[in-house]
Write a protein that binds this ligand. Structure first.
Ligand SMILES: *Cc1c(COP(=O)(O)O)cnc(C)c1O
Length: 396
């Protein structure tokens, strides 16, 4: 190796040591079974509170069967990008299903399916924002929105988390009639579980002629009538809304979609590089998501959401009885803020001894000093699973 390549190697080694010293080393657990409440992880039976499988659909028999049917009908891989041969009937059908299901906020909705939510966010931001655009972004937005804004090269202002007075002032101060303005927010914040003031955000967008991009990764399938998502939940309508939903969380499969006015979606097909320059995901995945959306919209979906709501209430009461600080969350994401990295890791390790998998979330995912346990609830959990967690938290 030359001296310069050695220098990089030494930098990495030192960097990893540093990560260890600060209690920031991330370790992966390996699951040996389907994602569910009761699963086998690294060879041991555990109760999982780590997944985003909020409705317990990842292991659903009907969705598994749809995945198998899709593979048998369309094969294993799509064979190409969406614009060059990889766009299957299963993708097209799913897009129609999603536009009909979640597009009620706009007159002429159209949906576009992506392989991941990360890519969907990069696509929306790089295709709709550019150098001249003013972007207003919540301080706790997901990394994929932050990266999308960076990649777009737009001029960005970060407003304090959910602070509508601050956002109003920022928009007011940048009253440039010619600049496109984009407000960007998570609907449910992924590490806190709290929700964005969507009605107020739409009002501000209308007041200042801005567009509003909402990332409903944790709301799609869970919030609103039939699980149609956060915009339906708040009964909001505006032609200037762009909705991003993900399909690997409550929908239990994989992928994401953007739903917006048909002109916006056509623009994404023409211009969004994370859409154009990648292989379309396997058609079987899209076929399975269509099955998942039917279940989400059904009475079974309602029953799963009702059960989840009752688990959320039980958990809120349980966390208030601990000596740590729960976040005021009414969603399936129920964080318990511990503070220091090493203490958070120690508590997660103690819970692991009890056969409970609750991940420790540390910087840079959350701000320094706010390391936390992120208890993630699923309709696959029972009240008995929560009783075990309650017992373990009380014996620490
Ligand atoms: C998970 C998540 C994403 C990314 O979605 P993937 O499909 O996992 O790539 C985007 N935004 C938020 C808020 C998320 O929580």
């Amino acid at each position: 190796m030359s001296t310069t390549s050695n220098a990089l190697y030494e930098t990495l080694k030192q960097g990893l040591k540093d990560i260890d010293a600060r209690g920031l080393r991330r370790r992966r657990k390996t699951t040996d079974s389907a994602c569910s409440a009761h699963m086998t992880v690294d060879g041991r039976a555990i109760i999982g509170f780590a997944s985003n499988d909020y409705l317990g659909l990842a292991a659903h028999e009907g969705i598994r069967a749809a995945m198998a049917e899709g593979a048998s009908k369309y094969g294993a891989g799509s064979g190409g990008s969406h614009l060059l041969g990889g766009h299957s009937r299963a993708h097209a059908q799913l897009e129609d299903d999603l536009a009909a299901f979640s597009g009620g906020f706009v007159d002429n909705p159209r949906a576009l399916y992506f392989s991941t939510g990360y890519m969907a966010n990069l696509a929306v931001l790089t295709a709709l924002a550019g150098r001249g655009t003013l972007v207003f972004s919540d301080s706790l937005n997901h990394a994929s929105l932050i990266d999308g804004v960076r990649l777009s090269r737009a001029q960005t202002q970060i407003y304090p988390h959910a602070d509508m007075a601050a956002l109003d002032a920022m928009l007011d101060a940048s009253r440039d009639e010619n600049a496109t303005k984009l407000i960007v927010t998570d609907t449910v914040f992924s590490m806190d579980g709290d929700t964005a003031p969507l009605a107020r955000l739409v009002e501000l967008a209308e007041k200042y002629g801005a567009w509003l991009v909402v990332d409903d990764a944790h709301g799609f399938g869970v919030l609103g009538p039939q699980g149609r998502g956060a915009l339906a939940d708040a009964a909001l309508r505006s032609p200037h809304l762009v909705y991003v939903g993900t399909l690997g969380k409550a929908a239990g499969v994989s992928g994401a979609f953007v739903c917006a006015d048909k002109t916006v979606v056509e623009w994404l097909i023409q211009r969004a590089r994370p859409y154009i320059f990648t292989t379309a995901s396997p058609p079987a995945v899209a076929h399975a998501v269509s099955a998942s959306v039917r279940i989400i919209a059904s009475d079974e979906g309602d029953a799963r959401r009702a059960h989840l709501a009752s688990l959320i209430e039980t958990t809120r009461a349980m966390l208030r009885r601990t000596r740590w600080m729960p976040v005021d969350s009414h969603t399936a994401v129920q964080p318990l803020v511990i503070g220091a990295n090493d203490e958070t890791l120690a508590i997660a390790a103690a819970l692991d001894e009890h056969g409970l998998w609750v991940p420790a979330i540390r910087p840079p995912t959350v701000p320094a000093g706010t390391s936390r346990l992120r208890i993630s609830l699923s309709a696959a959990h029972s009240e008995d699973d929560l009783a075990k967690l309650d017992h373990a938290l009380n014996t620490l």
